[in-house]
Ligand binder design. Structure first.
Ligand code: DEZ
Ligand code: MG
Length: 335
């Protein structure tokens, strides 16, 4: 069922036009009274759909039913589909494989992840703002291979990440070396610390990241989502990797390059050349996906209740989508 998350007060039943014609819309106002729908005028205009992944298409490795046919329906109506994920553990080519393994045709060009957003920020924007990075081009990574692959795609040197030699306890010798800035542990060419979702995070990596930042490395994050939806439940998100460093740094936040960062929106707009008024962001999380679409002044934002945010958040929170659905495949009702 499709809902309009911020309806005008009056309640009257109306039917959407064009491809949403058949969808009965219900006003989700607190009393859940019947209907108001303002998007009818806008919906036919929407030509580009930016799709969040975790919590919208799937939960971990479990594809939500109806996802394949919903994307097929949109593509059949010549709507452009772009996959915009904050999950930095996979690269664009990894996502192409995952999408295809789930029956969703996709090409690398249709995927825009936070790891790619971070890689192009570090390779194309940061050097202009920080010429000192010429002598410190390396990135110390907290994260998985998705980040490493995207940094490689932009020829950005990096250490840490999936390096298994870091998956160990810290020794008294390590403390001394880190404190002294011993190059056997503290690489003098590291100018950036980049944190993302890391399934192998440990005290040693945290120590190294902190000591690099203490020595002037720029503190970046692919994203700072607090939780990760998987198997229908929530788990520590990428933000929990940056949080200990933020605490140690007295509250300094990293620059986050994933949703809702408008640097990412600008990069996506630059790549896909779309009119923002004709684009809709579809997401399960109010403070990343929906904020991304609203602050990006997109023509529409659609919340999906199969992931992180609740109906109450979409209804009464500070960040309200234009519309929301219980699940993505509800859009099929329109066909
Ligand atoms: O912790 C994270 O990185 C996020 O929960 C996760 O990756 C979100 O991915 P998205 O919903 O943007 O596809
Ligand atoms: Mg999501």
């Amino acid at each position: 069922m499709m809902y309009d998350a911020n309806p005008p007060s009056s309640s009257s039943l109306c039917y959407a036009t064009n491809w949403m014609q058949k969808v009965t819309v219900r006003s989700p106002s607190a009393s859940d009274s019947d209907l108001q729908f303002r998007c009818a005028l806008r919906m036919p205009q929407l030509a580009v759909f930016l799709f969040d992944c975790d919590g919208v298409l799937w939960s971990g490795d479990t594809l939500f039913s109806g996802t394949v046919s919903t994307l097929e329906m949109l593509r059949k109506q010549n709507k452009q589909v772009v996959f915009v994920t904050n999950n930095s553990t996979k690269s664009r080519s990894d996502y192409k494989k995952k999408l295809e393994s789930m029956g969703i045709p996709a090409n690398v060009e249709e995927v825009f992840g936070s790891s790619y957003s971070a890689a192009i920020y570090i390779s194309r924007i940061l050097p202009q703002r920080h010429p000192e990075l010429k002598s410190k081009p390396k990135v110390f990574v907290i994260g998985e291979s998705g980040i490493e692959q995207e940094l490689d795609s932009e020829n950005v040197p990096h250490i840490g990440g999936t390096d298994s030699s870091l998956r160990r306890d810290v020794t008294p010798e390590d403390y001394k070396k880190m404190a002294a800035g011993d190059p056997s542990l503290i690489d003098p060419e590291v100018g950036v610390v980049l944190t993302g979702l890391d399934f192998h995070y440990n005290y040693f990596k945290m120590c190294l990241a902190y000591h690099y930042i203490q020595r002037g490395a720029i503190f970046l994050a692919t994203n700072i989502d607090s939780t990760l939806p998987s198997a229908g439940a929530l788990f520590p998100g990428a933000g929990t990797m940056a949080a200990p460093l933020k605490l140690m740094l007295g509250g300094t936040d990293p620059v986050a390059l994933g949703k809702p960062s408008q640097a990412m929106m600008d990069a996506i707009e630059g790549k896909f050349k779309f009119e923002r008024s004709r684009a809709c962001m579809v997401g399960d999380r109010a403070n990343t996906d929906i904020r991304f679409g609203l602050e990006g002044k997109l023509g529409g934002t659609l919340g999906v209740l199969t992931g992180v945010s609740t109906k109450e958040e979409f209804l009464d929170g500070d960040v309200r989508p234009h519309y929301y659905v219980d699940k993505l495949s509800d859009l099929l009702e329109a066909e």
